[in-house]
Design a protein around this ligand. Structure first.
Ligand SMILES: Nc1nc2c(ncn2[C@@H]2O[C@H](COP(=O)(O)OP(=O)(O)OP(=O)(O)O)[C@@H](O)[C@H]2O)c(=O)[nH]1
Ligand SMILES: [Mg+2]
Length: 705
């Protein structure tokens, strides 16, 4: 059945890892009757943690879509992961929903990922609801958690439910809004049932209701006058006032509970269905018209169809699934759509809604709804699709840049293409995982948000595609530049019988603004060097820049000014001037540009490191092998030094989330093995490991998947 816009509620469930999001979602579905039996995360059979990786690791990795029905309302729920490695999936959830439920673990208070999510919600002006979770566990405290929220976010949450007892004594919750209590069921797979508020909680209820009225009246003068004169509001006024205050971000409703024990789910469901804002309350989507002009698009069922592809999932059985949020109009099976990215028209086949991995076919999706288009091969995440007569592009979801880098290759070279294909597929599913080929270092480099995410992708490829791959620290493509004005002069003279070679060049080199690349200026006066030789000079300088000055890396961001020169009527040639200009690199017979301090700039960054120039005047000096290697390369004629001894792009932490897996340990083992091998080689009089492998805390090579 298709639901109209006003009957839809979209909520993203987010918060720090392990706060009980998936358990809460499972029991919300159960309490609503969407599923007959709730499962536990431990059993690996929950609705929202269904992928093999999630089942194996017992953590959420993907944003999964499910839905519950309360009366005539359809509540779409997106269960987001808690680990920072999967922040992209959290942002997808926040973007697609009008409301977020933020979980705070009742034992530990506000944790870092919850803070980050809060900031995101603030920036998006998105209404949020707090759920203080795991209150059945020892040391859990609702009051302390609320105090922590107050301290960290400078807000005064308003309790919609309060716990009856805490820790092992948790007996249920008092529903402040509806003046009843919900008893804790005998076991998690039984529903919460309403009971009268026990006498011992009457005072707490009265105090909480006073706060509730204040929050409901806040921002509405009429309601405030009534509350101040009569001391209370009617239920209808309270609901209306709260709904407006929540949609306007003036109130942060707080719930108490223990999702895995099915405590606190009934009141939360009622609240979501009755008070959470409908998609119409969502702030307008920013978009660009066909002419590039900025426009705003409101969720509106009465307009022509448009939707944003929020996520792409490539399922082993169902094929390509494009998750869409309908913004205007209706998405109807078999309708023709227009992809504004490439102007392509496509016919939509079947459309679905999802209960975790279970797809449920629906005839249409109304504005504000979230659903799935199956097997639309041309759709990509962030595409805007509209009815053929419309043409605007909704603003893309902006995701953070992945900062962890690894070079990767297939163990069996014949599987390289297959591996690249699998990596690219993974990158399509998760925009915070990227793959590119570095032409300079001749490496395929993968980039992700963290080890957990990268390991997860590689494990999936290993188990699904049976491709063995190995990863290592990527080589770093450095650049050289100069920091102060310098110059060079050189006379190239050779007499080998017949025509000789003669050319003299004098030039200055100065640094230019970063990113400018290379500038060339000819300041020769008179006829000292014929015009025809100038290209030879430029080519010579260019070639020398490619070869580098100090460590053999391409020189960038310099300006070369030719100030003087001399030619011979018979022996000069373009080639002779090209050779003479090579003094840029060699610095023979004069002032060498490289004699001024030279900086290198790594193309890859360590985690948390800003791109920036680094003084490596001392770097070359402190690493003799570095310069020796560079000289060797030049001698071999290798113009693209690959295996740099510079800062590797990835610094591995010594441990990962305890629920992660052992790849880090295996990398550390591999590092130790490398070092053992190194020591053995040294004992045998050979050379030790060169480059990054020798640097403390860095991995040289060899993590296999
Ligand atoms: N006792 C108790 N345990 C809970 C409760 N909620 C969750 N747990 C347990 O806490 C662990 C993590 O629960 P999840 O529901 O996976 O937490 P999550 O927030 O979804 O975790 P991520 O998605 O990985 O961030 C599991 O072992 C749950 O059984 C609760 O209310 N009470
Ligand atoms: Mg989860």
């Amino acid at each position: 059945m298709a639901h109209s816009t006003d009957l839809i509620r979209n909520v993203a469930v987010a918060g720090h890892g392990g706060t009980g999001k998936t358990s809460l979602v499972e029991h919300l579905l159960f309490q609503s009757g969407a599923i007959a039996k709730p499962e536990t995360v431990e059993s690996g059979r929950t609705i929202s943690d269904y992928s093999d990786e999630e089942v194996a690791r017992k953590i959420s990795i993907h944003a999964s879509l499910c839905h519950a029905a309360v009366g005539d309302r359809k509540i779409n729920i997106i269960d987001a992961p808690g680990s920072s490695d999967f922040v992209g999936e959290v942002l997808i959830g926040l973007r697609a929903c009008e409301t977020a439920i933020l979980l705070v673990d009742g034992r530990s208070g506000v944790q870092i990922e919850t803070i980050k999510t809060w900031r995101n919600l603030e920036a998006r002006h998105e209404p949020r609801i707090l759920f203080i979770s795991r209150l059945d566990e020892e040391r859990a405290s609702f009051a302390n958690s609320i105090a922590d929220v107050h301290e960290k976010f400078k807000v005064n949450p308003v309790a919609i439910t309060i716990p009856m007892g805490e820790g092992t004594a948790l007996k249920g919750v008092v529903d402040v809004l509806n003046q009843k209590a919900w008893a804790r069921p005998a076991s998690h797979d039984q529903k919460e049932t309403p009971i009268p508020v026990p006498a011992e909680y009457k005072d707490a209820l009265a105090a909480a209701r006073a706060q509730l009225f204040e929050a409901a009246a806040d921002g509405d003068d009429e309601l405030m006058d009534k509350y101040l004169s009569e001391g209370e509001l009617s239920q209808e006024e309270t609901l209306k006032g709260l709904a407006e205050a929540l949609a306007g971000g003036r109130v942060i409703p707080a719930f108490a509970g223990a999702g895995a024990q099915n405590v606190g789910t009934a009141a939360l469901l009622d609240f979501l269905a009755g008070i959470a804002p409908s998609p119409r309350h969502m702030l307008p989507e920013k978009a660009h018209g066909a002419d590039g002009s900025e426009i705003e698009v409101h969720v509106d069922p009465d307009k022509a169809f448009s939707a944003l592809v929020i996520k792409t999932q490539i399922d082993q059985f169902s094929g390509r699934l494009s998750f869409v949020k309908v913004v205007t109009g209706r998405l109807v099976q078999d309708m023709e759509i227009h992809n504004t990215r490439d102007g392509r028209k496509e016919k939509v086949g079947k459309i679905f809604t999802a209960q975790g991995k279970k797809l449920e076919e629906v005839p249409e999706l109304a504005a504000g709804d979230i659903g799935i288009i199956a097997k639309a091969l041309s759709l990509h995440t962030n595409d805007t699709i509209c009815s053929p007569d419309q043409n605007f592009t909704l603003e893309k979801l902006v995701l953070p840049t992945p900062v962890h880098l690894l070079a990767i290759s297939a163990v069996n070279k014949k599987e390289e293409d297959k591996l690249n294909e699998a990596l690219l597929k993974a990158a399509e599913e998760d925009l915070t995982f990227q793959v590119h080929f570095n032409g300079e270092t001749k490496e395929t480099v993968i980039q992700g948000m963290g080890e957990l995410q990268i390991n997860m992708v590689l494990d999936k490829i290993k188990s699904a595609q049976k491709i063995a791959a190995e990863t290592r620290v990527p080589r770093v493509a450095y650049r050289e530049t100069i920091t102060k004005k310098s110059g060079a002069e050189y006379t190239h003279k050779k007499q080998t019988g017949g025509h000789g070679q003669y050319a003299r060049v004098v030039f200055e080199v100065e640094p230019v603004e970063r990113g400018k690349g290379y500038e060339f200026e000819n300041k020769l006066f008179g006829q000292s060097v014929s015009k025809g030789y100038i290209p030879g000079i430029e080519k010579g300088i260019h070639q020398a820049m490619e070869m580098g000055v100090v460590a053999g890396y391409p020189v960038v961001d310099v300006k070369t000014v030719i100030t003087d020169g001399k030619e011979h009527p018979v022996d000069s040639s373009e080639m002779a001037f090209k050779i003479a200009s090579g003094s840029f690199q060699r610095g023979d017979q004069g002032r060498q540009p490289g004699a001024s301090r030279t900086d290198h700039e790594p193309q890859g960054l360590r985690r948390g490191e800003e791109p920036g120039r680094r003084d490596v005047g001392s770097l070359g000096a402190s690493r003799p092998h570095f310069r020796a290697e560079s000289r060797r390369r030049r001698h071999r004629g290798d113009r693209r030094p690959g295996s740099a001894g510079g800062a590797p792009a990835l610094r591995h932490r010594s441990s990962v989330d305890h629920r992660g897996h052992g790849l880090v340990r295996s990398r550390v083992r591999s590092l130790r093995a490398d070092h053992r091998q190194d020591r053995r080689r040294r004992r045998q009089g050979g050379r030790g490991i060169q480059g990054p492998g020798r640097r403390r805390g860095m991995i040289s090579a060899g993590a296999r998947i």
